[in-house]
Ligand binder design. Structure first.
Ligand code: SAM
Ligand code: SF4
Length: 342
């Protein structure tokens, strides 16, 4: 479809039944990844057939329909978004809307493996900030947690990102017995580099093979208490509309976020929805209800896509009900985070 065929006229905003305005879209551009993090994927993953994936053009149309409906911020995620072939084309297209003032921000969540080669192109395309997931600074642990990842490659990627002028935030999943002792050192390391950091609780999403989530789960209340012995953490009102609560680390001046979907409810301020790489729109990360935007777009075109988006926002649920406990150690939500996007 040609871009000129698209109706770019502004539509009414996306407001859900609870009065929340949806202005933030997270898009998973691929379910594939060059890592196999133990909490995210099984080592032997079956990925979706390529024909099921939205093409880059379809992803572009979809993002633009959301923008016409008031979305101001888009995050590309995955799987590993930067391993999708020619992804820079989509980034350049959406980045041009940032430059034109039609989008406040285009951000990416990445494992950092491709940053050495891509950081400069991302900045040129209009990306200003990037979240890089890194759970440890120890080479062996990094290999154990990611199974296939190479810490040195990610570290040089971070150098390239800094050199290119990207604002970096480090995402670390708190893993019991793996990085609990190390998070303080990571926070100090982030401080030295001027990186903000967010620590994430393990979420029960997708079958991860032989790993057991009960073994991985580490409540962030404990993490915070440990960090508070070494750092002065001051609560700050900074909010992104998402599940993170932030503190300022007085010793470094950087922000530290805690994402605690299991111990806290963050739903009342939720401003976001997620689209999978196959075009399923999930109105809530923790619920299964979804809308098939790919079918709407392929069968009915952009107008049908619009109708499907508005109809789906009309049933955005009030909140999620994640739970990890002894009776239910399987996934509360069957799909993997790499499908919905983190
Ligand atoms: N591959 C990219 C990356 O790792 O940043 C983007 C996709 S990844 C699914 C997005 C985020 O979700 C990462 O920060 C990752 O650590 C987190 N994540 C994946 N599975 C998770 C789980 N079960 N619980 C909590 N966080 C998870
Ligand atoms: Fe890949 Fe990110 Fe999942 Fe790790 S967390 S396996 S890097 S998608």
């Amino acid at each position: 479809m040609l871009m000129s065929e698209l109706n770019t006229e502004k539509q009414t905003k996306l407001i859900d039944p609870f009065g929340r305005t949806v202005d933030y879209l997270r898009v998973s551009v691929t379910d594939r990844c060059d890592f196999r993090c133990v909490y995210c994927m099984a080592e032997e993953m079956t990925f979706l057939p390529k024909a099921d994936l939205l093409t880059l053009e379809e992803l572009d149309v979809l993002c633009r329909r959301f923008m016409a409906a008031g979305v101001r911020k888009i995050r590309l995620t995955g799987g590993e978004p930067l391993v999708r072939r020619n992804i820079i084309q989509l980034i350049e297209s959406l980045g041009s809307e940032v430059k034109a003032g039609n989008l406040d921000e285009l951000t990416i969540t990445s494992n950092g493996s491709q940053l050495s080669k891509m950081a400069g192109d991302l900045v040129a395309a209009g990306v200003r900030r990037i979240n890089v997931s890194m759970d440890t600074l120890d080479r062996e642990k990094f290999r154990r947690v990611t199974r296939w990842g190479d810490l040195d490659k990610v570290l040089s990627g971070l150098d390239a990102a800094t050199d290119a002028g990207l604002d970096v935030k480090i995402n670390a999943v708190a893993l019991r017995g793996e990085n609990d002792e190390e998070l303080g050192d990571m926070l100090a390391w982030c401080g030295e580099r001027g990186f903000d950091m967010t620590i994430i609780e393990v979420m029960p999403m997708g079958d991860i093979g032989t790993e057991n989530r009960l073994d991985q789960y580490l409540p962030l209340s404990r993490v915070r208490a440990n960090l508070a012995q070494r750092f002065t953490l001051t609560d700050i009102p900074f909010r992104t509309g998402g599940p993170a609560r932030y503190v300022k680390v007085e010793e470094t001046g950087q922000k530290l976020g805690f994402i605690t979907p299991l111990t806290h409810n963050f739903c009342e301020s939720c401003n976001r929805v997620r689209v999978t790489c196959t075009g399923q729109l999930y109105m809530c990360l923790g619920q299964d209800d979804n809308a098939d935007l790919r079918a709407a777009l392929r069968e009915g075109g952009p107008d049908a896509l619009d109708a499907s988006i508005y109809e789906a926002i009309g049933r955005k649920p009030k909140g999620h009900d994640f739970i990890i406990d002894r009776r239910q150690s399987g996934p509360a939500v069957g799909r993997h985070m790499s499908v919905t996007g983190g």
